[in-house]
Structures are given as C-alpha cells and as structure tokens.
Design a protein around this ligand. Structure first.
Ligand code: FEO
Length: 397
C-alpha cells in the first residue's frame, strides 16, 4: 500500500525483503532492497518510476488501490533499468495512451527492452512538466549510473527524485533517515556506491556541482532504492562528494585465497608486519573465496592500499582471486597503492599476474610482489612479516 510522503506525494513502491542478489549475482544485498515509485497528485497526476518485473502485478494492483489508473496523466521514467521499468508493461496494458516521459536514451532502452510503441515524450535538462501548483524540472544525469538516467525536481514540495543515486539496497518499513536504522542505511549506501556508482566518479562530481549550483531548496531526496533523505539531505550529498573524490580511509585490506594454507600463512604474517609497522592503520583481512565479494569491494573503496595474494593454480591465479580482481578493475579506483603475494609449487605466476592486473586497474604497485615455494617456514614467515612492514611504511609516506 502507499505511504504518504507529503500532502501531494505518496510512495507507491515495493519493499523486497527477499532480495539477496542484484544485477544477476553480481551484487549481494544482505538487507534486501526496495523499488521506490512515487505518485504526485496535483491538478495533474504523475507517477515516477515503477517496480521490478516479478512484482509487476502486485505493483499495478496496489496502485489501483491508491488511485484510478485513468487519473494518471503522466508517467515519468527517471531510469529504465529493469528494477524500475519492469512493471511498466503491465501498467501500460491498463493505460496504454498515457505519455511516458523519459530521456531520449531512456526511450531507446524501453523500446529495446519491451518492444512497445508507447507514447514517448523525450525530455532533457531544463524541460519542465507543469502539474498545477507544482512543477517537475528534469535534470539529465547520464551515467549515474546508466546513460538514460535523469533526476526530477518537484518545486513547491522541494523534492529531488534522484533514481539510483543516493540509494541503498536496504529494505525498511520506516521510509525516512530519521525513522530507520540510519547506521545500517549509511553502510548500505556506501556499499551501493562502491559496487554500482564508483566507476562513474567523475560524472558524480560534475553532476553534484551542477545540482548544487542550482541552489534548489531541498527538503527531501527520494531515491529509487532504500530510505528517503528527509532529516538531513545534505548528509548524503556530502558523502557522495567525498566518495567521488577518490575516497580512502586509513585502512589497508589484505585479500587472499589459499589452497593448502600456505598463502594464508603468508597473508597472516604480512598482516602482522603491517600492524607492527603502523599500529594506527586499520587492517581488514578477507579470504576472497569465503568473504562476500561485494563487501570486499566496499573494503577496497575504504582502503588507501591493498595486498592481494593467491596460490598459483594451473599457471595462473585462483578462480576467486580472478573474480575479485575483475570486480576491482571495474571500479576504476584511483590513488590507491597495492602489492601482490602468493605461494606456489613449481611455475609460480600468481603474484606476477596479480601485479599486472592491479596495475591495469590503476593501482600504484609498491614492489614486484612476494612469491614463496611450498609451505613457508619460520624464515619465510619472517620475510612475509618484513614485507608487511615495508608495505606499511611505503603506504604511510
Ligand atoms: Fe536501480 Fe539502475 O536500477
């Protein structure tokens, strides 16, 4: 059922308590998610976004309880990824002539996805849709995080509908930052940024500057996932500005995989060395075969440096190491340092492959990596300890 946001705006989305993966299996969602859609009732009625396809009938049925669908004058699709447009075909089956406002790229995506000749109205930055006492101003926001993305700003209510930007995969019956478990929402917002938005940092920085320069009165930011920023919308704007500016904390993350514990023993000795050399640094340790990959990416975002280790398997790195290196590559991290290590039996390519991969991903490698044959003995573990000490010193500079 709908939840009232203001006198004119009602949340009509779907809270998905069951979601555990998003984007196929690319991203974990430990706390579910929501597909936020908003109904604006002024002299004219506009619906902003829909919900994910598995909930299309439920979405339309619930919307019918809120309003006679024929009273909807405009459908505004700020973003057309399937989690927001999936229920559009079911809705359009009921009100087929209703105009669908979206960017030109949004129309191309909807046509490519659903192959329907709906009544599309293309909008761009500066265009305004008059609803009566309030107006929707459109602001294109390409690559936040798809090419079609736009924001809609509602005058009078002073609400920015920001689609995925500022969102979180966070199911919560309490819709607002001042009523929900805020610490959990902020953690999910950071995870969302690291895994979905980070790649587009330069566009985020540009768009934030552009939106802030408009000096819009801002009472709320309503994203398309998770909670609404009502008490302090400036907080998430500031966090996004920080995260987009090659964010790092005083943290080093050690990521490894292991077959017979040799690489694990190396990892633990390296961790010991780092901690001995710099007690102030936060050290996180993740076995990438056992720790959630999306959480590892979030830890990398927080880190000023990472150390990645893998045993050599079939002349290369392990399956899980390859996977996390690929995710890290996609994030386009900048201004972070790194080093590689790994145990091996005969050929020993892993450390070199990790080094090359992280170099390609934009990391500054502080050395050529550390390789050790078979199981490290005390002398080898002392070398790992020293490797950790040297790494911490190099990263501290
Ligand atoms: Fe939540 Fe990009 O869709």
């Amino acid at each position: 059922m709908g939840k009232k946001i203001t006198d004119k705006v009602t949340w009509v989305g779907k809270i998905d308590w069951e979601l555990v993966f998003f984007h196929g299996h690319e991203l974990s969602t430990h706390r579910g998610s929501s597909y936020n859609a908003y109904l604006i009732r002024d002299k004219k009625v506009a619906l902003i976004d829909t919900a994910w396809k598995p909930y299309d009938k439920e979405f339309v049925d619930n919307l019918k309880k809120e309003i006679d669908l024929k009273q909807i004058d405009y459908i505004v699709m700020d973003h057309n990824e399937i989690d927001h447009s999936g229920a559009l075909p079911a809705l359009m089956a009921e009100i087929p002539d209703t105009p669908v406002y979206c960017t030109k790229k949004g129309e191309a995506i909807l046509r490519g996805m659903y192959h329907q000749d709906w009544n599309f109205v293309n909008v761009k930055t500066g265009d305004v849709l008059d609803l009566g006492e309030t107006q929707l101003h459109f602001i294109e926001a390409p690559m936040l995080h798809w090419p079609d993305t736009m924001f809609s700003y509602l005058t009078g209510e002073d609400i920015l509908f920001s689609t995925d930007a500022f969102g979180q995969h966070f199911a919560s019956e309490e819709l607002f930052d001042d009523t929900c478990d805020l610490d959990a929402a902020l953690r999910e917002a950071m995870k969302y940024y690291a895994n979905i938005v980070m790649t587009y940092n330069p566009m985020v920085t540009r768009k934030l500057k552009e939106v802030l320069a408009l000096n819009l009165p801002l009472k709320m930011i309503c994203p398309s996932h998770g909670i609404i920023w009502r008490k302090d919308p400036g907080r998430i704007l500031k966090l996004y500005a920080d995260w987009a500016a090659d964010y790092q904390e005083n943290q080093i993350t050690v990521i490894y995989d292991t077959m017979w514990n040799s690489t694990r023993h190396m990892a633990e000795a390296i961790v010991k060395g780092i901690e001995e050399a710099d007690p102030s640094v936060v050290v996180k340790v993740c076995n990438c075969a056992k720790t959630d990959k999306s959480d590892i990416v979030t830890e990398v975002m927080k880190s000023k440096a990472i150390v990645v280790g893998s045993p050599t398997i079939n002349y290369g790195v392990s399956y899980y190491t390859a996977g996390i290196l690929e995710l890290i590559h996609g994030c386009k991290f900048k201004k972070k340092k790194a080093a590689a290590f790994g145990s091996y039996g005969w050929s020993g390519e892993a450390a070199k492959e990790i080094t090359e991969s992280l170099q390609k991903s934009g990391f500054t490698m502080v050395n050529d990596g550390l390789r050790m044959m078979w199981n490290p003995d005390e002398e080898h573990l002392a070398q790992c300890d020293q490797f950790g000490r040297d790494f911490a010193a190099a990263v501290k500079e």
